[in-house]
Design a protein around this ligand. Structure first.
Ligand code: PBG
Length: 336
């Protein structure tokens, strides 16, 4: 120990990492990861009607909106360079099968058409799941209280087809049924929608961080939970198997969700597949940061930007985040 200290005192300090941190220009020059507004996707919650904007209490700044109001939000997003939007629907009525999920005149289908008409440059992604549309709040058909995997597949394929027909660029199944990517791919191709891409929520964990979303989407299961199909937070190797299956079935891009607590999964998926990888910074991650910022416990802007750059650094090519427009604006104004 003494010898070490003596060496340090006498030897010249030739390697000084601080040299390249000295000025903003130097830091900019050697920065490894960048965040571009085009890599951000804004989730929106649409319902029918006009002039409707219902704030979601656990997600300050986020609301359920009718299509006209959603278009205002999309316009702000597009103006700040946000890459895309992902739509979730709140149907007027729900039933056992979730038939609203493939209603040609459903809020999502109408929203997709309106978005493609008004903002053709925005990538339009449609979330594919039944939980917002079923009376019981589960992601598929129930049989004896269990989500019936194989009976759910054709329903998901039907929902995805209705999104493709409305003009979605990408459909994103978030249900975690086995075999749904293949079912959706076959259904889309048979109807001539070979060019609609599939972003698979391949590694979606049974997470407590979806709490605020379920308020936003009115999709809390009436009984039980989603642990029979969403992944165990303790598992990483299994995520890679899920991802491999979905790629085999025809997924074009992979999504990991949530983002923050699963950055190791983002990195492993990127390294093993080389596929485009997205990460979803979910409602609970957003709510935590907003709540702390509101109380003055964190600098909201800095914590937001750090959380996003961390997700990019872990290997995500693009990020689904409720901060999309806010972050894009900051980036446009020269934030670093
Ligand atoms: C299912 C779905 C969920 C989320 C996105 N798609 C909720 C769930 O699995 O219960 C959560 C997103 C978020 O928390 O922001 N349709």
């Amino acid at each position: 120990m003494d010898a070490f200290l003596t060496d340090r005192e006498t030897a010249p300090l030739t390697i000084r990492p601080r040299r390249l941190r000295r000025t903003a220009s130097l830091r900019r020059l050697v920065r490894e990861t960048r965040l571009d507004p085009a890599q951000l996707v804004l989730p929106v919650f649409v319902r029918t009607g006009a002039n409707v904007r219902i704030p979601i209490s656990s997600m300050p700044g986020v609301a359920q909106t009718s299509i006209d109001e959603m278009l205002r939000d999309a316009s702000a997003a597009a103006e700040s360079g946000v890459g895309g939007v992902i739509l979730f629907g709140i149907p007027d009525t729900k039933d056992e099968e979730g038939t609203g999920a493939w209603d040609e005149y459903g809020a999502v289908q109408q929203g997709i058409r309106a978005l493609k008409r008004e903002f053709p440059e925005l990538v339009v992604i449609a979330d594919v799941c039944l939980c917002e549309y079923t009376s019981h709040g589960h992601c598929g058909m129930l049989r004896d209280g269990i989500v019936d995997n194989d009976a759910t597949l054709p329903l998901l394929a039907r929902a995805a087809l209705s999104h493709a027909q409305a003009g979605a660029d990408i459909v994103a199944p978030s249900d975690m049924m086995d075999g749904r990517v293949a079912a959706i791919r076959v259904g889309l191709d048979a109807a001539g929608h070979q060019d609609t891409a599939i972003l698979s929520y391949a590694a979606k964990y049974a997470s407590a961080f979806y709490g605020p979303f379920r308020e936003a989407a009115e999709s809390t299961p009436k009984t039980g939970d989603r642990r029979s199909h969403q992944m165990d937070p303790a598992n990483g190797d299994e995520a890679l198997r899920e991802v491999a299956l979905d790629i085999d079935e025809g997924a074009d891009a992979i999504l990991v969700k949530p983002a923050g607590p699963y950055l190791d999964i983002v990195r492993r998926v990127k390294d093993t597949t080389g596929y485009p990888v997205a990460a979803y910074q979910v409602s609970g991650e957003y709510a935590m940061l907003q709540a702390a910022a509101e109380r003055g416990w964190l600098d909201g802007d800095r914590a937001m930007m750090e959380s996003l750059i961390g997700i990019r650094r872990a290997g995500a090519d693009f990020i689904l985040t409720y901060f999309a427009t806010t972050a894009a604006r900051l980036i446009r104004r020269g934030w670093e």
